[in-house]
Design a protein around this ligand. Structure first.
Ligand code: GAR
Length: 194
């Protein structure tokens, strides 16, 4: 069985989109794959309740309980590896990961970022796109490398920036597309191999 472990920090709508696609697309039968676990670094992450409702193991590794990145990541690795992951998917996971963590899952660690990378790595992507006068914005699914928001691009989606757009309006338009491209990127890996 190809186990997918999803890391979240918040609402978890991308995680939910992946879970729903897995259910809809019968990944279990066709690809021998399942979302095995959801791990959050925040105890109040909204996505945890959804995961539990779906019968998926949902665990919290609260970064605030640890002194520094290494002990936090050691616990995170333990929570992930318990499920023998084929793939680890960051879905709105808002902690910076050390090169050691990234190296451990190299080639099977994905992220979704709310911009058309390599434009606008980092935070506040929608505000920066509006301020820069971009006519288009979007989202990127990419392999994670040690450098933040870099790494080989697997999928992208483009949306227009409309006159008078607020940050929230643009974020919502982009998020709808994120829900389409993240499951699609994972399905492509399931079909074609890592
Ligand atoms: C998404 O827009 C995702 O691209 C972004 O956070 C949001 C999470 O939403 N990720 C990053 O900014 C990573 N640096 P979700 O919790 O509803 O999936």
């Amino acid at each position: 069985m190809k186990n997918i472990v999803i890391l979240i920090s918040g609402g978890g709508s991308n995680m939910a989109a992946i879970v729903r696609a897995a259910q809809r697309g019968e990944w279990a039968h066709r690809h021998d794959a399942q979302v095995a676990a959801v791990v959050s670094n925040r105890p109040d992450a909204g996505g945890l309740a959804f995961a539990r409702e779906q019968g998926i193991a949902a665990e919290v590794v609260d970064h605030k309980q640890f002194e520094g990145r290494e002990p936090f990541e050691a616990q995170l690795v333990a929570a992930i590896d318990r499920h023998q992951p084929w793939l680890v998917a960051l879905a709105g996971f808002m902690r910076i990961l050390t090169p050691g963590f990234v190296g451990r899952y190299q080639g099977r660690l994905l992220n979704i970022h709310p911009s058309l990378l390599p434009a606008f790595p980092g935070l506040h992507t929608h505000r920066r796109a509006i301020e820069a006068g971009c006519r288009f914005a979007g989202a990127t699914v990419h392999q994670v490398t040690a450098e933040l928001d870099h790494g080989p691009i697997l999928e992208q989606a483009v949306v227009p920036v409309l006159p008078g757009d607020t940050e929230a309006a643009l974020a919502a338009r982009v998020l709808t597309q994120e829900h389409r491209i993240y499951p699609r990127a994972i399905e492509a890996l399931l079909r074609g191999g890592l």
